[in-house]
Design a protein around this ligand. Sequence first.
Ligand SMILES: [Zn+2]
Length: 276
Amino acid sequence: MNLIQDFWTQNVCVRRNAEQLDSRYTKFQAGPTGIMVHSTAAPGRMAKAFRDSWDIASGSDGKVFEKAVAAFLDNTEIRQCMPFNYRGYHAGGTANDSYIGFEICEPPGFKYGGGATMVGYDPEAQQPYFDAVYTQTAQLCAFLCKTFNIKPEYPNLICHSEGCTLGIASNHADVMHWWPKHGKSMDTLRADVAALLAGKEENEDMTDAQFAEFMGRYISGLRADKTAPSWLSPDVIQNAKNAGVITGDASGNLQLNGLVTRAEVIAMTSHYQLKG
Ligand SMILES: [Zn+2]
């Protein structure tokens, strides 16, 4: 699962959640209870393009833009647009109050006829794309089920068209207008997510040795990093060098993104005081 956090800054939904506009938001943030799977009905438009085009405060009609999902997913990535416990605007019904919504992007190479009919869609040619998005969908659902303690069962894990049948979402056909072309359905997804969760629990615990190894790799990665954070100006770095606050390691690498120990803080402040 390739999850990329790329949170919106302009979309009003993010601000309303951050401000906890009303009890619908605070209640959702305390713990979503379901997941609603959507697909975009926009052939060939991939996750990042969708994420970027929805990061707006108002639409071309000048009205407040009120569409928001937690993520867009395509065959290469899951582009997360806001925290998963933020209430979104995806269902066109009361499902928005308790269901996390995400959109699966649809591949290029076909068109929509009237309504939800896919015209010129070649399931055989589209199978690799479908397999990739279906796998990521199952992985994302398993992750969300685990995070929020949601059972991957009907009616907790549903798609938009099932939400319509339940009376909690608008009348859309996604994803069941598409998935059966590949022999999949929400029932297969629920079963596959349950299997992923069952498999994960057996191997859930990490040993101390594994943890130490991961941390070791993380810290040496930081130490080897020779870049400077974009907000830190070269002047400030030079002043710190002139004042003797930082000198870098044996090879002169300042490790500006590195971690600092208490001993290093003591050394840095005493250098500064001696100079000052
Ligand atoms: Zn939908």
